[in-house]
Design a protein around this ligand. Structure first.
Ligand code: BG6
Length: 454
């Protein structure tokens, strides 16, 4: 296990809200190695002392369930060096790479990945170190291909960890258990029996002060390019012969490779983009997206995206996969719904029509349910809907804690491989290009509404 954890871009939100709370979880669980140290690096003029104070305050909020003694010990392991992460000489002084390998976590905006990797290498951070790239792993296909080429010169693929925290979510991993550990589903898991798959991530969250990132990303880059395509992979993949990193990632990339290319014409028919207007979410008055601080309306950033994809394989031919995600919606609805085909239409029933069976894999709260048709209570020849429900075991480790532990241990199974990142960008690139024109109009929805695109 490596015991030096360097965060480049340490003063950002990700460090205090997610990375340090996750490390605090690992500290509590005694999963961190002896002599573990965390070095924060960034341009912000902080000192080790003020950085420690800032993190200690964040941990009281975001790692409440970790005993104070563990939080204090973790804060004691922190130091801060003010440096430009693209300046090799400054990094050499700040990081002392000659002391040994490290985890270099690039908690940076995508355009800074390449110069930061170059600077780390010139500073002497060697092939025995690990490089962690936060999502989004780039801003377009060409950029991701360039970054991957640079990483190939820098280290082995095994030393690169492209983060998608959805892969650390137990409910996402559970798709594999459900499919491959139960005889019930897999024989029906084909286009012959499945009509449609929807993967939906509706959030009530708005911008939450993230305009500097989000206004350049938008819903397609922020959610669909990575998280939702990963869920699609889990649902659509062929059975892997092991859950090792090679077999699992080969099967995921195979799904992405088989997603049909969108043309400008199909982007027009198969995608929706929209942006929230002023509204109310619960008690909260929400301004229109374009009036949020830091937003530039001329960027035409979408806060809602929907894309219908086809996976052109024998198993999935003709089955639409609808991926949608939006912010500032009325309800949190985060689930994958697998809709099975109708049973044959014969007039067996005195009353009621059988509705298609639907399997709901709900990611928040962690639940699973199946919509069935059963005989009615009074008259057995009358149909009634019924729901079979199961609550999934609560996640013991946060998704980030799971992924950080894997990084420290050098296990890439739950990180995104270079070819996987490129395929995912190949899928969304034609959409991004077509959206730059007028072909797909920007729809509007009131914040807090239940938006259904027209
Ligand atoms: C992040 C996105 O990666 O995932 C956010 O940047 C989004 O915009 C979040 O809200 C959703 O994940 P979770 O686990 O917080 O529901």
């Amino acid at each position: 296990m490596l015991n030096k954890f360097v965060i480049l871009g340490a003063a950002g939100d990700l460090t205090s809200r997610l990375l340090l709370p996750a490390l605090a979880n690992l500290k509590r669980d005694k999963s961190l190695p002896d002599g573990f140290e965390i070095v924060g690096v960034g341009l912000e003029p902080l000192t080790t002392e003020s950085f420690r104070e800032h993190i200690a305050a964040a941990l009281t909020e975001f790692a409440k369930d970790v005993p104070e003694a563990d939080r204090t010990a973790l804060v004691g392991a922190l130091s801060y060096r003010q440096a430009d992460v693209t300046d090799a000489a400054a990094l050499k002084v700040a990081l002392k790479p000659e002391d040994g390998p490290m985890v270099a976590y690039l908690a940076l905006p995508a355009p800074v990945f390449e110069p930061a990797v170059r600077a780390l290498t010139s500073a002497g951070v060697g092939r025995d170190s690990r490089f962690v790239i936060e999502k989004p792993h780039g801003t377009d296909l060409a950029g991701v291909e360039r970054l991957n080429a640079l990483l190939r010169e820098t280290c082995t693929e095994g030393a690169v960890f492209r983060i998608d925290h959805f892969l650390g979510k137990q409910t996402v991993q559970n798709v594999l258990g459900l499919r491959f550990a139960n005889r019930l589903f897999e024989p029906l898991w084909t286009g012959e029996h499945i009509e449609r798959v929807e993967i939906r991530w509706d959030e009530t969250l708005t911008l939450e002060g993230r305009a500097s990132y989000y206004d350049r990303a938008g819903a397609l880059r922020d959610m669909i390019q990575n998280h939702l395509l990963q869920i699609l992979c889990m649902i659509a993949m062929e059975p892997p012969s092991s859950l090792g990193e090679r077999d699992l990632r080969d099967k995921k990339v195979e799904v992405l490779r088989n997603v049909r290319d969108l043309t400008p014409e199909s982007v027009r028919r198969r995608t929706v983009r929209a942006r929230y207007a002023a509204g109310r979410i619960g008690e909260r008055e929400v301004p229109a997206y374009v009036d949020e601080p830091g937003v530039k309306p001329e960027r035409a950033t979408e806060t809602f995206a929907q894309v219908t994809l086809n996976v052109d394989t024998w198993r999935w031919g003709g089955v639409p996969f609808v991926l949608r995600s939006g912010k500032a919606l009325g309800d949190t609805l985060q689930e994958a719904v697998v809709t099975f085909r109708q049973v044959p239409e014969i007039s067996l029933w005195r009353d009621g029509h059988p509705q298609p069976n639907k399997l709901h894999l709900r990611f928040r709260p962690d639940e699973l349910s199946v919509d069935l048709n059963l005989n009615g209570a009074g008259d057995p020849f009358v149909l009634e809907p019924a729901v079979l429900e199961a609550e999934l075991a609560p996640q013991e480790m946060t998704a980030y804690a799971r992924l950080l532990l894997d990084i420290l241990e050098g296990d890439n199974t739950l990180s995104i491989r270079a070819d996987e990142a490129e395929e995912a960008w190949r899928i969304v690139t034609p959409i991004l290009e077509a959206w730059q024109g007028e072909a797909v109009p920007m729809q509007e929805y009131a914040a807090g509404s239940a938006f259904e695109p027209t």
